[in-house]
Design a protein around this ligand. Sequence first.
Ligand code: FAD
Ligand code: FES
Length: 373
Amino acid sequence: MSTTDAPAMRSGQPLALGQRLLRSRVLAALASPHGVDRYLEQVNPMWAAHEVRAKVVDVHREVDVPGHPPVATITLQPTSTWRGHRAGQHVQLGVEVHGARRTTRVFTVSSPDSRHGDRFTITLRANPDGVVSRFLVEEATPGTIVHLSQAEGDFVLPDRVPEHVLFLSGGSGITPVMSMLRSLQRRTHRGRVTFVHYAQSPEHQIFADELDRVRRSGDGIDVHLLHPELGDPNLSPAFLERLVPGYRDVPTWACGPAPLIEAVQAAYDGSEALRVEYFKPPRVADAGTAEGSVAFSRSGKEAPNTGASLLEQAEALGLKPEFGCRMGICFSCTSRKSEGTVRNVLTGEESSLPDEDIRICVSAPVGDCVVDV
Ligand SMILES: Cc1cc2nc3c(=O)[nH]c(=O)nc-3n(C[C@H](O)[C@H](O)[C@H](O)COP(=O)(O)OP(=O)(O)OC[C@H]3O[C@@H](n4cnc5c(N)ncnc54)[C@H](O)[C@@H]3O)c2cc1C
Ligand code: FES
């Protein structure tokens, strides 16, 4: 029997006593400056005292339409340092693609609530120009090791689930609400659930078979799978009112591409019943209305402000600032702003402090701005 198969270990981990020893300060001092986890990783990548890593145990193609980016569900066995997740949360996931430096992106957990050391899944679309999603969908195989954060995010169901919940999603934005739906089913939730999802076509529908089974189950879950390109109604107040009368007062979780989220926000008109999750930051101003110019001082480049995030404006000028999540979560794009005002595209907050560290992926300039990129 190999070391990882030993029955006394959970998730390939040493015994609990060993875990306490591995986390002790004495060992940390002895292992300095690299830390205990660096040494454990060399012996067995599934051994960890503090960090979270995971082994890919399955890669399942969910959607494979010729000429379109495929979608896959990846099952991960984390180290026992994984503390579990609440449905709707995401993880930062790092991979060393073809031996290059680790690249980290954020993915939502698509399986139901998990506990310490439990297996879980992520479901992702392979971005044709992307580094991490393409690698995971097209090249990862059982045994591939990935690096993880603990689960994060507050786009979750409350402990006391409301009597009626409404889920609205589009494209790969289905992942957090699917995790919630699966959790409610597992908890045998007795209330009403309305699940509305937009996909390009029935062939592009993620989790199609499972949602079909849910629809037929008669468990009080109304599933509406819509394809506007084939004539189904677009998301509008009139459509929502027909589907769920008084929808603005029904606790709602929405996730999907920017146009869908914009339509949902307009339909809910500021209602506190709506919670949204973005995979990409929304735009705060159009090129026509943005003012001033943006200077990237380290590279000596300057251009008129387009209203996009500073990261996108830098990339448009051919610069390659470091980034990870592109959503203000991982801090890897943090850069020094020496002059000007920026608006956080997620919160709308403005900041004019000089010599301030900002996350350029979620900061859009308001007028002239100078950043050390
Ligand atoms: C909270 C959250 C949850 C998420 N959950 C999911 C999920 O469940 N499923 C899912 O599929 N995705 C999810 N995402 C999106 C995911 O994190 C990745 O953004 C996506 O998979 C693309 O990553 P990538 O490494 O493949 O592409 P990247 O390498 O990051 O490239 C993505 C795009 O960035 C732009 N870009 C990159 N580099 C440059 C450059 N130098 N110049 C100009 N443009 C550039 C391009 O437009 C490119 O197409 C989530 C994101 C967030 C923030
Ligand atoms: S790229 Fe993650 S915070 Fe900006």
